[in-house]
Ligand binder design. Structure first.
Ligand code: HEM
Length: 181
């Protein structure tokens, strides 16, 4: 998993939970590099599970809530750090979300050939409604939910999100987004 995802997580934990909790989380997690991550580096996905597991123990928040919260935070960080979005993609939240799989993550892959990105397929897309299917062996659909929420907040759009697992193991999840009247 790319270091950028770790770097922003640690930054968020420090800002929101403080330096002491961050240090304890790193100590407890016993990640492969003892909590040292650089943006362009690549680290075992297990390190993310360990960090979130240790944060969950220390904060008493479930991992799903931590991933979702982090996704909201991460969206703006990712959006601002890559000035590569074509104008039609950033016209509104639905067009942005529809472009993740075939435009945004493709560009990410060019930048970081070793990035392992989820599949994020658009099954339906009109003005009012959008259906997206997330699939990844990493089972990070709660992070995807937070990122989608972050995207809707960024574009200031009022949309209801429904999240339905399509596989019991969490590898495939469907998101239905409906504009509020
Ligand atoms: C709402 C928008 C987005 C969603 C729902 C989304 C979804 C995800 C998810 C869930 C992951 C975790 C890996 C996995 O599940 O297999 C991921 C990884 C990643 N995404 Fe996105 N993403 C979004 C936008 C972006 C943007 C705007 C960028 C930057 C241009 C970006 C760059 C990355 C990178 C660098 C990774 C790490 C890949 C790796 O660890 O190897 N994403 N994305």
């Amino acid at each position: 998993m790319k270091g950028i995802v770790f770097v922003h997580l640690l930054e968020m934990v420090e800002k929101e939970f403080g330096e002491l909790l961050l240090e304890s989380a790193i100590d407890h997690a016993e990640t492969s590099t003892q909590g040292v991550f650089t943006s362009a580096g690549t680290y075992p996905a297990e390190d993310m599970l360990k960090l979130v597991g240790s944060l969950s123990e220390l904060t008493q928040l479930p991992p799903s809530a931590l991933y979702q919260h982090y996704g909201r935070y991460l969206f703006d960080k990712l959006f601002l750090s890559y000035p590569m979005f074509p104008p039609e993609v950033i016209s509104n939240a639905f067009s942005f979300l529809a472009s993740i799989n075939d435009v945004i993550h493709v560009e990410v892959h060019k930048l970081y050939p070793d990035a392992e990105l989820p599949r994020f397929i658009t099954q339906h897309h009109d003005e009012e409604k959008m259906i997206l299917e997330y699939s990844s062996s990493r089972r990070m659909s709660d992070l995807a939910l937070g990122l989608i929420e972050g995207c809707l907040l960024h574009f200031k759009e009022d949309v209801e999100i429904q999240m339905v697992p399509l596989q019991e193991d969490g590898t495939t999840v469907q998101f239905t987004l409906t504009r509020k009247p």
